[in-house]
Write a new protein. Structure first.
Length: 222
């Protein structure tokens, strides 16, 4: 069936052209502002795709890191408290994780320890950060110190999805770290996956080159 090139969304085209693809997940209690943060960051171009089975929203974004185009898949779930634990596929092949709590609800900060523990069961090495959201509601909280994650060396950000404070910086940093991780994984299985991916790409390049050669020699095949 013919495909009308005009009907292919621009984002898909960018993704097709991307040099690299990364997956970034977001963790945290319900209503801490995970979805609002993503929406704030992707405001001008977000295209949510609802997969109702797991109440999962995938946000696709094309970023530029250095001189490369990066296709970023942001994964977000709704109403996590109903599921208690995340489905393992949520963590599968994630390259970075953004852990969010609500500065106005202490329990969401305490629960970071549970989220972090679960994350590390599935993804022991990926870059992760701690995000204190909703600082617009009480700017005084930025004077306080939140030590969770310090021991593990996790970067910390005070942000507000409502007024945009620090949102772009936090996401850009995490995209960069996701790309760095993908290119230099410190987890053995990820190293294997990256090798396989490179191998596939090489194979594809070779077969394309062969095909081009064939076309040049046999013009009737064109
Ligand atoms: N004041 C303030 N409210 C916020 C901020 N971010 C989110 N909210 C509010 O917090 C509520 C929850 O935000 P969501 O983004 O839906 O939370 P979530 O973490 O995605 O929640 P689940 O999908 O249930 O897991 C909404 O009413 C938002 O308007 C913020 O930065 N400041
Ligand atoms: Mg949500």
């Amino acid at each position: 069936m013919a495909v009308d090139a005009g009907s292919i969304p621009e984002l898909d085209q960018k993704k097709y052209d991307a040099d690299e693809q990364v997956k970034i997940i977001c963790l945290g209690d319900s209503a801490v502002g995970k979805s609002k943060l993503m929406e704030r960051f992707l405001m001008d171009e977000y295209r949510p795709q609802q997969l109702s089975t797991y109440a999962l929203t995938l946000y696709k974004h094309a970023a530029t890191v250095g001189n490369k185009t990066i296709a970023v898949d942001f994964w977000d779930t709704a109403g996590q408290e109903r599921f208690q634990n995340m489905h393992p596929s949520y963590y599968h092949k994630a390259h970075a994780c953004i852990m969010v709590f609500d500065v106005q609800r202490k329990l969401t900060y305490k629960n970071l320890a549970n989220w972090y523990k679960e994350l590390r069961e599935y993804r022991p090495e990926i870059p992760c950060c701690v995000v204190a959201n909703k600082i617009d509601a009480d700017m005084k909280v930025t004077q306080r110190s939140f030590n969770f994650g310090k021991k593990q060396g996790l970067p910390f950000y005070f942000v507000s999805a409502a007024d945009g404070t620090n949102v772009v910086k936090m996401f850009r940093d995490m995209i960069k770290r996701a790309v760095e991780y993908k290119q230099n994984p410190s987890d053995f299985m990820d190293e294997v996956m990256q090798e396989l991916e490179n191998f596939d790409l090489e194979k594809k390049d070779n077969s394309e080159a062969e095909e081009d050669g064939l076309k040049a020699e046999s013009p009737e095949l064109v």
